[in-house]
Design a protein. Sequence first.
Length: 334
Amino acid sequence: MKFNGVQYFSRGFVILICCCGAIGFGSAASMDVPDSASWVQLSPAVSPPPRSYLAMAYDPASGKIIMFGGDTGTTYLNDTWLFDGITWTEVTVNTPPPARAAAQMAYDSVTQKVVLFGGFNGRNYLGDTWLWDGTTSQWRRARTAHRPTPVTGPMLFPDPNGRVNLFGGFDGRFYQLAMWQWTGADWTQLFPATVPFARSSAAVATNPTIDQVVLFGGLADVNPNNTWTYDGKTWTLKSPVNQPLLVYAASAAFDPNINAVILFGGGSGGVDQNTTWQWFVAGGNWHWEQVATTQSPPPREGAGMAYSPELGHVVVFGGQDSATPLNDTWQFIP
């Protein structure tokens, strides 16, 4: 969906979908980062229907990747699917969240729930909060006293303390730069001394071995072609020698096999990409480096990405190549 069904979606209502689960992966020591790697397409017996701008995250409570909603190009979805490293299974739930695309979700290790917020349903920007319980495989709406502004394209991620944080998004008029934290029962606004420039649809992922969140790109009125890190208290603007092409709705996730955040795809000036980049430390300095892959998924934006401990690799699902929604599943082999 360049969102031909909602023509203005591509101008401001897109979101990256990524996994940001705060899962312990052992040593924070630097590892050998590959100069070349490969993406391998998987062949699940069952796959969700094609879609883009879905929400996806790894849920340690169930030991599975959860995927929700998205857009087929003609229909907004509210189905829930689980991936166990082998196949996809649709889950019948008592009360699913209303249909939407461009929502975001992340795992809160303090409450052991997946938190979903925001999105767009073709008419309204959404500001409701939903909690996924992986032990019961059910959704529950959280009725909160406070909440972030209803937006598409928010960045949700676990901070180094395991709480889900939210930054940015687009409310139909303005890009946001407010930051919020989920307490388990309500949203509370955070006020770091410095925050990234207002934006939506940036790539974001958490490296739990060093308690670092990295954010890149997105859509904004002020230049979003920059890289920021967050340590749970302070945002820092980084100045790497190289960085990816400015992209929005790219996918990102931490890969413990190489102790690096992987970034894939995204849209850039209306052209979908299929390059792979890694954010890693070498010689005491942080770098973006493009990974030369022997095989790669087709270009796409609005895909889901998460690391699957059961599979032992980062997984990408769906998205769209130009206006064509996808339902292929790939794993990254470093």
